[in-house]
Design a protein around this ligand. Structure first.
Ligand code: ZN
Length: 169
């Protein structure tokens, strides 16, 4: 992580670092190191006109982290450190992810410690969840599919299933 403090509940007026300057919209490069790779993105900040401290919104940092997770998946960085980062970027505990993937929580912990081989399909699923989180939610996204699969009492509709399609012309 870099030296940018988080300040999600800060008044846009007064600087919370020096209590003297006032804040105005700015932006700054933020960097993140995961699995030996360095990721950089320009994030919106609020900058103090006195002490020149920058403040980044927690939501914007989360957005950056999910984008890094997507990039890790795209680059095929199928490593324990990347898997752990990707899971956390999505806000899942090890237990939650284990439940979604229908595996024991010990399995997830072992993958992330590197004490058991990380299955490629689990890596791909988590990468795809990050992708869908970045793109916004849609019907039938991978998380919904996993939830349905994990439900032993799932019912299939008796009526015809109507699909609302939009065709390009
Ligand atoms: Zn200040």
């Amino acid at each position: 992580m870099s030296d940018v403090p988080q300040a999600s509940s800060v008044s846009p007026k007064r600087c919370p670092a020096c209590y003297d300057g006032s804040l105005s919209a700015s932006e700054r490069d933020h960097d993140l190191e995961v699995a030996g790779l360095r990721f950089v993105a320009r994030l919106p900040t609020e900058a103090c006109d006195r002490c020149h401290e920058h403040f980044t919104q927690g939501d914007d940092l989360e957005h950056f982290e999910i984008a890094v997770a997507v990039e890790l998946a795209r680059l095929g960085v199928c490593t324990p450190a990347a898997m752990r980062f990707m899971r956390k970027s999505l806000g899942y505990g090890a237990g939650e992810l284990a439940e979604l993937l229908c595996v024991a929580v010990d399995a997830v912990i072992s993958w992330e410690r590197g004490s058991a081989p990380l299955p490629v399909h689990a890596f791909v699923i988590v990468g795809q969840m990050a992708r869908e989180s970045l793109d916004g939610r849609g019907r039938g996204n991978i998380k919904d599919v996993l939830r349905v699969l994990a439900d032993p009492n799932r019912l299939l509709p008796a009526n015809p299933i109507r699909l609302m399609l939009r065709f390009r012309r």
